[in-house]
Design a protein around this ligand. Structure first.
Ligand code: PLP
Length: 353
């Protein structure tokens, strides 16, 4: 949005171009506290917030400070590609809970319970989910929260897609479900998705002071505080009118419905569960395995993604990296015209056989 760009330009002109505190400017941390209270029903103080270069660095910081070597993190598959790697970089062990469309890609407390060992340290949550778009209900989150409290586990919850919800889905921050679970939670969020600010690199965590202090110290010795200019723009984004967020959501919803309908008409593609959040569609394409497309035998989602890229010049992401080898991921974070053009090309490729 223009007002956010203008705030970035003003920051440069006003000389807000120096180092900031490692955890971010006080002004931005205050604006984040206001946002968490307003949108998520969460009360935090600025010293409990750490601003980073994107939600990704926030996740990295969180796992670096939480994990000792060999400690386990419960991660739902299909997962965002970076979770297992971020956990491994911190010396941890990803423990994957497989889910599929038969249960709406939902993660339940019972599924987590089956994977618990005496080394389990963290439950990783991502609702709305990239890549499936699944949104956990208040009830499901309450059960997961109770489990975490019962077994004294930490929760890292990545809520970066919270604003992109469809079909009446509600976003609930697990930390808002009670003091006991709040103490054990590091909430990760950022501005990349809600304000289309991916290149500004703005993410943050909200947690107990002890974790915030550790993450700020880590950041202080690795990257220092994030860009002062981006932080000024982030204050404008969080405190300004939120109208553009809702406009964007409605536009995404329109594209989601359109793409969903078109994908389900492509031979061999099946989206059984309409995503209730984020901006991805994640069709199951296993019906095409064994078929030949453009002279190439398709045995995996990697093969299919490659043929689509090479022959139709459309970029889709194979599910393998998401722990979901039967799927490929489409993004509708692009214009309707481009969506139609891409799907037309894929349809022509499939018709060619
Ligand atoms: C689930 C999820 N979390 C976090 C991120 C990180 O976003 P950023 O580092 O731009 O804030 C992404 C970006 O694709 C994402 O999909």
């Amino acid at each position: 949005p223009e007002s956010i760009k203008a705030a970035g330009i003003a920051a440069i002109q006003q000389g807000k171009t120096k180092y900031t505190p490692a955890a971010g400017t006080l002004e931005l941390r205050k604006a984040i506290c206001e946002k968490l209270e307003r949108d998520n029903g969460l009360q935090y103080r600025p010293e409990e917030i750490v601003v980073s270069n994107g939600g990704k660095q926030s996740l990295y910081n969180a796992y670096q400070v939480l994990l000792d070597p060999g400690e386990e993190v419960i991660i739902q598959a299909p997962y965002w590609v970076s979770y297992p790697e971020i956990v491994r970089l911190a010396g941890g062990v990803p423990v994957v809970v497989e889910t599929d469309e038969s249960t709406g890609f939902r993660l339940t407390a019972d599924m987590i319970r089956e994977k618990l060992t005496n080394r389990t340290r963290v439950i990783n949550l991502n609702s709305p989910s990239n890549p499936t778009g699944a949104v956990l209900s208040r009830r499901e989150l309450e059960e997961i929260a109770a489990l975490a409290v019962e077994h004294d586990l930490m929760i890292v919850t990545d809520e970066i897609y919270e604003k992109l919800l469809y079909d009446g889905a509600e976003h609930v921050s697990i930390a808002s479900l009670g003091e006991e679970v709040k103490r054990r939670t590091i909430t990760v969020n950022g501005l990349s998705k809600a304000y289309a600010m991916t290149g500004w690199r703005m993410g943050y965590t909200a947690s107990e002071r002890i974790y915030a202090k550790a993450m700020a110290d880590l950041q202080s010795q690795s990257t220092s505080g994030p860009s002062s200019i981006s932080q000024a723009a982030a204050v404008a984004a969080l405190r300004g009118s939120q109208e553009s967020v809702e406009q964007m959501r409605q536009e995404f919803d329109r594209r989601r419905r359109h793409m969903l309908e078109r994908l389900n008409r492509l031979p061999g593609f099946s989206v059984k569960v309409a995503p209730a959040g984020a901006f991805y569609l994640f069709p199951n394409v296993s019906a095409l395995f064994g078929e030949t497309i453009a002279g190439r035998k398709i045995t995996s989602s990697d093969d299919l993604a490659e043929v689509i890229l090479e022959q139709a010049h459309v970029a889709v992401v194979p599910g393998t990296g998401f722990g979901a080898p039967h799927h490929i991921r489409f993004s509708y974070a692009t214009s309707m015209e481009r969506i139609d053009e891409g799907l037309d090309r894929i349809a022509r490729l499939l018709a060619r056989g």
